[in-house]
Design a protein around this ligand. Sequence first.
Ligand code: FAD
Length: 341
Amino acid sequence: MTSPIETDVVIIGAGPVGLFAVFELGLYDLKCHLIDILDRPGGQCAELYPEKPIYDIPAWPEISGQELTSKLMEQIAPFSPQFHFNRMVTGFRKLENGRFEVETDEGELFHAHAVVIAAGGGSFQPKRPPVPGIEAYEGKSVFYSVRRMEEFRDKDLLIVGGGDSALDWTLNLQPVAKSVTLVHRRPEFRAAPDSVNKMFAMREEGKIKFEVGQVTGLKGENGQLEGATIKGPDGEVEVACNRMLPFFGLTMKLGPIADWGLNQHENLIKVDTEKFETSIPGVFAIGDINWYPGKLKLILSGFHEAALMTQAVKRLAHPGEKMVFQYTTSSTSLQKKLGVQ
Ligand code: FAD
């Protein structure tokens, strides 16, 4: 095991809220290391809806999940955050000197004044549909999210599910793919009515196919899909396809953090609304992972929580130091930190 990495703050999760926390903490000279299970920043925005537009980020009338992530990365660059991807935070303990030790499943140790849990829905995993042998195709021709639409260009695509993701991707990928077949076990959907109407209109125009039924078998070799069997009310049909996108929802698990002894509320971490501190002083929770009365799981709520958390972490890391509230527009010292002076 290598020697511990010493820093001011360890942030668990590099989703939008963890990223913005780097900015707020950076303004107060607090250095951060971020750890994430995923292989890149952005959390749900990058993993689940990189190309979908978000309409409620203040001052951005429309911005995609990936664009928001890129802008946040640009905004925090002056503070040189250190990222540790493809690692799950597993262990946590308070050290005798009052600092915290955080451990990853790769065996790395981090020592910090404060721990900020920005773990969103926890370690999120797509639900696997009950299709025999599907594991052999996963990551090769069966995918649970769309990272780049180009990967589906000129493919024969089978989309399975009846929620927003299934409908949205049917509409968005139709112009890109060679063919699109949507499969859902009934003709009623849980998706936005407008998307459902658009999908049925596309079917009328012959642009997509829609099958009522369930995928019961896959055909292919070496992980490359060639077709699927669909069992519907009128029997079985074979659909030729070389890519499949099942959207059966996600299971969100708090993971190892659940065993840290933090007070919880329905699998979320309880915090106060002054500092967003958990039941363990020095450990904070911001973004989708926390709960307090009135909590809204919105990106903008997480940004606000990051700003208030920072005030508390600054006091903890540098006790006795005067806290000076400053605007970025008028403070030359903040502008120097941002490299714009
Ligand atoms: P996340 O984005 O969930 O990021 C948390 C990160 O923590 C993840 O990358 C995860 O891998 C990591 N992690 C978890 N546990 C560990 C661990 N033990 N070790 C290491 N890493 C860990 N919000 C809006 O405001 N507006 C919208 O229009 C909007 N649209 C949405 C559309 C969809 C389809 C979805 C699914 C969500 C939408 N949201 C929207 C919600 C928004 O994405 C979330 O509120 C936001 O992503 C929360 O950010 P976060 O940083 O708290 O968590």
